[in-house]
Design a protein around this ligand. Structure first.
Ligand code: SF4
Length: 94
């Protein structure tokens, strides 16, 4: 007997995958930060793990020593930050 997935079933599977994907990204960002960030400095510089600016992410910041990696060292915070992050000290690579 052939199994047929209903539209509702397909939507549930798709949503479950999307939720798992977002959770996985959040976990990888947490693993990258590893609790070593100076929280006071992070607050003062409005650090966020997900940049609100598509063209200004840690991965593209001149102070990011991570190359193309998803996690790299930040010269300002002296710890690893996710390439997806952003803070007010963002500056273009030059
Ligand atoms: S200075 Fe800010 S934007 Fe640049 S890598 Fe560090 S945390 Fe990211």
């Amino acid at each position: 007997m052939a199994s047929r997935m209903t539209r509702r079933g397909l939507l549930q599977v798709t949503l479950a995958g999307a939720v798992a994907s977002v959770a996985g990204v959040a976990r990888s960002e947490q693993a990258c930060l590893d609790g070593k960030m100076n929280e006071g400095l992070a607050t003062a510089l409005n650090f966020t793990e997900q940049s609100p600016k598509a063209d200004q992410k840690c991965g593209g910041c001149g102070l990011y020593d991570g190359g193309d990696a998803a996690c790299g060292h930040c010269q300002i915070f002296s710890c690893n930050v996710p390439a997806s992050g952003h803070c007010d000290s963002w500056s273009p690579k030059g």
